[in-house]
Write a protein that binds this ligand. Structure first.
Ligand SMILES: [Zn+2]
Length: 445
């Protein structure tokens, strides 16, 4: 909520407030150009698009674990760390000894979320309001005091059970809560305190777990997985080899599935639903955008994805906010070439600076799912070409929501039904290609 901007403020004054650059704000305003009155501008704030999910991935996934079983931390978590996928562990403080707290602390240090599963796992709806509050507030207090590297902000109701009293109290202490459900969550859940978590179903194998990912992708949804036992412990245990295979599938799909802790996704949704982005200034070499929301900045710090049309003449760009480089790519979209980038609401202006394609790097990486072929592949492209991200099945047909690769000044290459894609002398064989993660659709040489 910092940097609230009253409407009608002169741009130089705005920039003086918003630009923590070297020198004075007015000087910076001269450097970045003059902002014409809205009616004279060739652009509109409406063309700034917010990403539904982080980095414009079509779907989101949160892996959640209940009841702090030993296997979750000793068997599942090392494999998650190995592939860099972070999850959420809803723990029960009354059932944790010193070893359990140590495991949770290490997980938190590695970026996993330690959430609350209440103090002692009672059926909350059967308890008095005072006892419910003790369970909800007490668990948060204990977790916050024993794991100070993070904030305990989310909850899983024991057995998924809650009543109206539970909901009212949970809203007081948490930003989101998970129930036991069987559906995907939409990109705009009606109530962040009844987010559905999906556990295993009878006779569910690893393919069924993986197919849920595809289902979420096709629906643009948020899949919240719920795990209890790992291997041979706890209720509804999942085989560790299946868990590992499933992790591999999530990793393989990281360009289309945003895998993140429950709290990260909850924060992202809240920010996206109230954030406003607008241009502060535009020149031939810089575009400056303000992004603000109405949420407490001490909690809501997820970078939001933004997209603007690529300004005329630009072939590359980089983004910076509060002195830190931000994710920024140029990608062909159905609306034409766009700059996709990230910004954190209320953290000051996001500055996009024009760069030549060469400075953005000229190497593209692909990933092949071919047992006999390389697991990664690099190609070099000639100057002025564009390539967008596509998701291909093993037959080379396009699936998911990727756009077709475009060759500006040349021909559209859309090999949906063709076994080969030829890109300026480099032949890409999509036979056995699971997906091609061109990283990202940068200008290349
Ligand atoms: Zn439980």
């Amino acid at each position: 909520m910092e940097n609230r901007i009253p409407r009608g403020t002169p741009v130089a004054a705005l920039l003086a407030v918003l630009l923590p650059l070297s020198g004075t704000g007015v000087h910076a305003a001269k450097q970045v150009g003059y902002l014409p009155a809205a009616k004279d501008r060739p652009w509109s704030d409406r063309e700034i698009e917010l990403a539904t999910w982080s980095r414009f991935r079509p779907s989101a996934l949160s892996m959640t674990f209940d009841d702090n079983s030993t296997g979750q931390f000793e068997k599942a978590l090392p494999w998650m760390d190995a592939v860099g996928i972070r999850g959420t562990f809803f723990v029960i403080p009354d059932r944790m000894n010193a070893d359990a707290w140590n495991r949770a602390r290490v997980a938190a240090a590695n970026g996993h979320e330690i959430g609350s599963h209440t103090l002692s796992h009672l059926v909350l709806a059967k308890e008095t309001a005072a006892r419910q509050e003790e369970q909800l507030a007490g668990s948060k207090r204990v977790i916050d005091s024993l794991i100070p590297s993070q904030k305990c902000l989310t909850l899983a109701y024991p057995y998924g059970v809650h009543d109206s009293v539970t909901l009212a109290l949970t809203r007081r202490y948490y930003i989101a809560a998970r129930v036991v459900g069987s559906y995907l969550n939409s990109a705009a859940p009606g109530d962040m305190y009844v987010v559905e978590g999906r556990g295993p179903e009878p006779k569910m194998d690893v393919h069924a777990y993986n197919s849920r990912l595809r289902d979420a992708d096709s629906k643009g949804a948020w899949l919240v997985e719920m795990y209890h036992g790992i291997e041979d412990e706890g209720s509804e245990p999942i085989r560790l080899d299946w868990f590992r295979q499933h992790l591999g599938e999530i990793k393989a799909q990281e360009s289309i599935v945003w895998a993140a802790p429950f709290v990260d996704v909850a924060e992202y949704i809240a920010e996206r639903q109230c954030a406003q982005a607008r241009y502060l200034s535009r020149s031939d070499s810089k575009v400056i955008i303000n992004l603000q929301d109405t949420l407490p900045d001490s909690i809501y710090r997820q970078p939001l994805g933004l997209k603007i049309p690529l300004p005329p003449g630009w072939t590359g760009a980089e983004a910076e906010q509060a002195g830190a480089p931000m994710w920024c790519v140029i990608r062909m979209t159905p609306q034409g070439p766009c700059i996709l980038f990230e910004g954190i609401p209320d953290r000051g202006p996001i500055v996009l600076t024009r760069r030549s394609g060469a400075e953005m790097g000229n190497t593209l990486s692909g990933k092949w799912d071919d047992a006999s072929g390389p697991s990664s592949y690099r190609i070099r492209m000639t100057e002025g070409s564009w390539l967008s991200t596509r998701i291909l099945n093993v037959k080379g047909a396009r699936v998911g929501s990727g756009s077709a690769p475009l060759w500006p000044g040349g021909s559209m290459i859309d090999g949906s039904n063709s076994p080969y894609k030829s890109v300026r002398g480099v032949t890409l064989s999509p036979v056995r290609v699971r997906y091609l993660d061109i990283n990202p659709a940068v200008t290349v040489r």
